[in-house]
Design a binder for this molecule. Structure first.
Ligand code: PMP
Length: 374
């Protein structure tokens, strides 16, 4: 055959996700923990490696990890599902509650995978855009829910990439207003320290998402989990790939979860460093900083894409460019790195801003790409 039958038409306007990013000495683009696992955890892992049963399939439900997570959250294992990163669970919820003829209420700008997964599963995205300060438009959301046709609501709390949380009263109003599943995505919960967990008993439609990728330095292992009513977990179990969480990831996540108190100091330091970044950025003329409760900071400045390129090519620093996302024009997002990385970033930003000011003064640039840019 010299041709290929076309894929589903829903995929036509989806661009392929290529996670390969430019290489940089300082990578502050993906909201990871800048520190690898603590040394004693790495040593313990190495010790266990020799007789690790690589030849055996994993436990499909990650029972040991599931039980640990349930106990820590005062729940039963039936209320927990472990996934291949939070990403898989976001997708699985749409497989089970979305699909053709069903609707996801989304509040952009937010985590891009919500809308992409909706499109992939043939779910209609009902977008209620956030206000100019990135708070949710509570009245519009509640009015839309009152129409009674929404099947799923996704709320990132704190929101990525804007960094803000919503008032708890709004989240409770949403839970009360609908029987749709309400996913409160707490991927950055360890930094905001706010959780909707206390509301699970009263609101059966509440689903909470967490991940090991951020605070717990395990982005490479792809482990996330949801806390939900047992009936919700039961439905999700029908659509999930049985062996999606590999044995090695289950084992490492279990070890890290048991030792999670050792991350406390690091999490406090990340929060302190986030404030250093926010403060440092806001003291640069022409930069608008949005308050963050996560491990990253969103900021706006003129010609953001050119600044992004200056950071990469002139200073070997990679941040995330959101300037082509609606409502995020001229916005960049920087993840909190180590104190040295953050200092290097702030110093680079100071230099770039000063250079741009003096060039503008002498008419050598109109804000378009400068030295080192392609
Ligand atoms: N939710 C939000 C809001 C995120 O920002 C991310 C990661 N960027 C995830 C979920 C998924 O994280 P992971 O798949 O690494 O667990």
């Amino acid at each position: 055959m010299d041709r290929i039958r076309p894929a589903r038409p829903e995929l036509d306007d989806l661009t392929q996700y290529d996670a390969r990013e430019p290489q940089a000495a300082i990578n502050l683009s993906s909201n990871e923990n800048s520190q690898n696992l603590p040394k004693d955890v790495l040593e313990k892992l190495a010790e266990n490696m020799a007789d690790f049963p690589f030849n055996r399939y994993p436990d499909p439900m990650a029972s040991k990890l599931r039980t640990l997570i349930a106990e820590a959250n005062g729940l039963d294992p039936e209320n927990v599902l472990v996934g291949n990163g939070g990403d898989e669970l976001i997708f699985n919820l749409l497989l089970a509650w979305g699909g053709p003829g069903r609707k996801l209420l989304n509040m952009p700008p937010t985590f891009a995978m919500y809308a992409i997964d909706a499109q992939m599963t043939g779910t209609e995205e009902v977008a209620v855009p956030r206000l100019a300060d990135f708070s949710v438009d509570a009245d519009a959301v509640l009015a839309r829910l009152a129409e009674g046709d929404i099947d799923l609501v996704y709320i990132a709390h704190p929101n990525n990439p804007t960094g803000n949380t919503q008032p708890e009263t709004f989240l409770i109003d949403v839970l009360k207003a609908t029987d749709a599943l309400v996913l409160v995505d707490e991927a950055y919960f360890e930094f905001s320290r706010h959780t909707m967990r206390p509301h699970m008993e009263r609101h059966r439609n509440l689903v909470i998402l967490r991940t090991f990728s951020k605070a717990f330095s395990l982005a490479a292992m792809r482990v996330g989990y949801v806390l939900a009513h047992a009936d919700v977990i039961c439905e999700l179990t029908k659509v999930r790939q049985p062996y999606s969480v590999n044995r090695f990831s289950q084992s490492v996540a279990g070890m890290v979860f048991r030792e999670r108190v050792v991350f406390e100091g690091e999490i406090r330091e990340i929060v302190r460093q986030r404030d250093v970044l926010m403060h440092g950025l806001s003291s640069i003329e022409g930069v608008e900083v949005f308050p963050s409760e996560a491990n990253f900071v969103l900021f706006r400045m003129a010609h953001a894409s050119a600044v992004w390129r200056d950071l990469l090519h002139g200073h070997d620093i990679l941040v995330r460019d959101f300037s082509r996302t609606p409502q995020l024009e001229d916005c960049l997002r920087v993840s909190v790195g180590s104190p040295a990385e953050n200092a290097a970033f702030l110093s680079a930003m100071g230099e770039i801003a000063a250079q741009r000011r003096s060039s503008a003064l002498f008419g050598t640039t109109n804000g378009e790409p400068m030295q080192g840019e392609r």
